[in-house]
Ligand binder design. Sequence first.
Ligand code: SF4
Length: 348
Amino acid sequence: MNKLELIKEKLKNYDGEELRFMEVCGTHTAAISENGIPGMISPKIHLISGPGCPVCVTVTAVIDRLTELALTDNTTVLTFGDLLRVKGSKMSLADARANGGSVEMLYSPMDAVKMAKNNPDRNYVFAAIGFETTTPVYAMVLKEIISQDVHNLKLLTSLKTMPQVIRWVCKNTDNIDGFLAPGHVSVITGSDLFKELSEETGLPFVVAGFDGKGLLAAVYALCGMKGESGIKNVYKSAVTEKGNEEARKAVSEFFEPCDASWRGMGMIPGSGMRLKKEYSEYDAGSYGLDEDHMPPGCSCARVLTGEISPDECPLFGNKCTPEDAHGACMVSTEGSCYNYYISGRKKR
Ligand code: SF4
């Protein structure tokens, strides 16, 4: 029996105490469902989705500001696809577009600079949403805006960072036995970031990749580390201890840490990034966008913190489906409700 088969057998036949591991990365949430990982492991090992999908954790005040901008004369909002259908307190960007607003989907961030240059008389606002993984991309966009002397493109930022939200989860939940540390974030931050968090929380962290084999190896490693702090990196092909220092340097040139509001969790001190004061002319009004009005009946807040699984929300699969999503976690392809729905996954 090779090593992978041995891991599969041990995970399938695990019969010890119940274990709960949280992933805090939307791509992991999607990869776990796509690879059918829950069906390959013992029902005593529970994989819980945490606040790792950037679209899902964006508060309604940010969507409201974007829809307001989309409906402003001579202004176009540029966004990646997943944000389009997320409802604000009144409407989504898709609704704003249907009501005559201007919203364009981006396939590459640098297209934003091209569009602004090609249409100098129109104002553009780029919805800059994401975690440590995407903030360096926005730093590159800013560098281009400045070097190409573009004055009609601004960013509306809602940027989050991992450490403080993981601390928040650990403070507010006492039944997590370990974390699958986010692979893409770790490429930038380095695995050392989780060493510190592990020491603080007393929980194990395993840096995981995104294929089935890597995910199983990570879950298996977490089972072996139960009850201890420590970090393992089973994604060494992409993640080093120190991460990408150049990307972090580019980020720190334009952005600084700030408090940030998270859907379902409220304000978490030091959990976001915002444009530095000296670059405020490139900001489209990102400050103070903290309010959150979730759609009535939506349990995204409880899903995002791992308190309930998506199929425990009363609207799941009836009033809320990917075709007619009620909450953000069903809109995004990285959302836990969406992934539960399309994979037919159930709480076990
Ligand atoms: S099923 Fe829909 S309404 Fe319920 S928590 Fe998920 S996104 Fe929100």
